[in-house]
Design a protein around this ligand. Structure first.
Ligand code: FAD
Ligand code: PYC
Length: 416
């Protein structure tokens, strides 16, 4: 790692970063690669990293239409947890959580991982029963989970309002202590730097506009920077999965919705865990800069807008202030949206497809950030071996034909 003295740092700062060494190369795309990954978000870059590191595939390119991390990777609120109901999901998301635990060291990049605990609150007896069942299921799968009553919630997070006079009083909640948050840009940059060092070409401002298929197999991609030949194409494009799959002639069981979030002005440390309430559609954490990071449920309509809307601010503030009266005089600073692709069972697709050499990683809905390292890890295996990793197998496209769905709406935590 490069080290600077205080004087050198000052000189570099005054130079406006002009001669700072680039952290990854900015290559032109080559005419052919062993594999092409479409999408330079966290999942696409993680896939490239594990392909290079664990499968020796370094003649690969990540093609990103904008800049890396400019999609959902840079728009999400970084809540990480693995408390899903079904064995298949617990396997996948806890694999990811275990990778997060050592990722800063592995990438030699401070991803600001903070295992500060995630509280999922409930406001009615029916959901309380569901959550208690999930706690038991989690424990059977070795995933840490606790049920807290309102007084225990107050003891863990004193700023939560547990008054019985609320419109929707808190009746209890689950706590996953290993859950938490991290820094999204750092994760993207850490994966990009290591993948680049192993020879992966990260090509920004390169939109894939077509997928070439001959005799049922992929032969290449058309891009805004020319045609690239390749026998393997992996689509990892989050909110544009249906658009890219259609280029290969496939129709996915996916709907795309905007999902919005906002941040407040920075304040002194006041909230040292993540608090989520699916029922009243708000969740909140405090970033290391001091801003409160606040999120909503999905916009109910389908769409590709990435902007915020006034009615969502109003709804979020109502719910936030009910749960945290302390925040009533906070000013909000920024609001934005991302596009999330949602599957009918609220679980992802990590899969081979009927087109040979075309692989899909999609449908993470509102909750894919937490899966980033695990998703990249199992997807890389699927691509390299042309057969699903054991943890990815239940998430194949075939489940929509066989009916073996992994219904995780209850654990999705953000309504969708
Ligand atoms: P992205 O970062 O969107 O990467 C896909 C990339 O593909 C984009 O950079 C895009 O530009 C590129 N692309 C698209 N089409 C093309 C093309 N034709 N050619 C080339 N490139 C293309 N999940 C959690 O677990 N916890 C959270 O707290 C959380 N909060 C969220 C809050 C918000 C507001 C939003 C919008 C999402 C949230 N999510 C959360 C979900 C999470 O962000 C996503 O599931 C996850 O980041 C998807 O990962 P990705 O790397 O595939 O996405
Ligand atoms: O899946 O935990 C989650 C989540 C939190 C915020 C958005 N998604």
């Amino acid at each position: 790692m490069m080290r600077y003295s205080f004087g050198a740092l000052l000189r570099q700062g005054l130079k406006g970063h002009r001669d700072w060494p680039a952290v990854w190369r900015d290559p032109d795309p080559k005419p052919s690669y062993d594999a092409v990954i479409i999408g330079g978000g966290g999942h696409g870059l993680a896939t490239a990293y594990y392909l290079a590191k664990e499968h020796g595939m370094t003649d690969i390119a990540v093609l990103e239409k904008g800049w890396i991390g400019g999609g959902n990777a840079g728009r999400n609120t970084t809540v990480i947890r693995s408390n899903y109901l079904y064995d298949e999901s617990a396997g996948l998301y806890d694999h990811a959580l275990r990778l997060w635990e050592g990722l800063g060291r592995e990438l030699n990049f401070n991803i600001m991982m903070s295992h500060r605990g995630v509280l999922n609150l409930t406001h009615d007896e029916h959901e309380a029963r569901e959550l208690k069942r999930r706690v038991e299921a989690n424990r059977l799968n070795g995933v840490d989970a606790e049920w807290l009553d309102p007084q225990e919630i107050k003891a863990f997070c004193p700023v939560v309002n547990i008054s019985r006079d609320l419109r929707f009083p808190v009746v209890g909640g689950t706590l996953q202590r290993r859950g938490g948050i991290n820094r999204h840009d750092a994760v993207v940059w850490g994966y990009a730097r290591q993948a680049d060092h192993m020879g992966v070409d990260i090509v920004q401002r390169c939109e894939v506009t077509g997928i070439k298929v001959e005799a049922g197999a992929v032969t290449g991609v058309e891009t805004t920077r020319g045609t690239i030949r390749t026998p393997k194409v992996a689509s990892v494009v989050a909110g544009h999965s249906s658009v890219v799959a259609a280029m290969a002639g496939l129709r996915l069981p996916i709907e795309s919705h905007p999902l919005q979030a906002l941040v407040s002005e920075p304040v002194k440390p006041v909230l040292d865990c993540v608090v989520m309430s699916n029922a009243i559609h708000v969740y909140c954490s405090q970033s290391d800069k001091g801003e409160l990071v606040i999120g909503a449920g999905i916009d109910t309509h389908l769409g590709y807008t990435q902007r915020g809307r006034l009615d969502i601010i109003e709804e979020q503030m109502g719910a936030l202030i009910e749960l945290f009266p302390l925040f009533s005089r906070l000013r909000m600073m920024r609001q934005w949206g991302g596009i999330v692709d949602v599957c009918p069972d609220a679980s992802p697709i990590i899969s081979k497809t009927p087109v040979r050499g075309f692989y899909i990683n999609a449908g993470w809905g509102t909750g894919g950030w937490k899966a980033t390292p695990g998703s990249g890890h199992v997807f890389a295996h699927t691509i390299a071996h042309d057969e699903p990793h054991a943890l990815a197998a239940p998430f194949a496209l075939e489940r929509f034909a066989t009916g073996a769905l992994v219904a995780e709406h209850g654990a999705a935590a953000v309504a969708h």
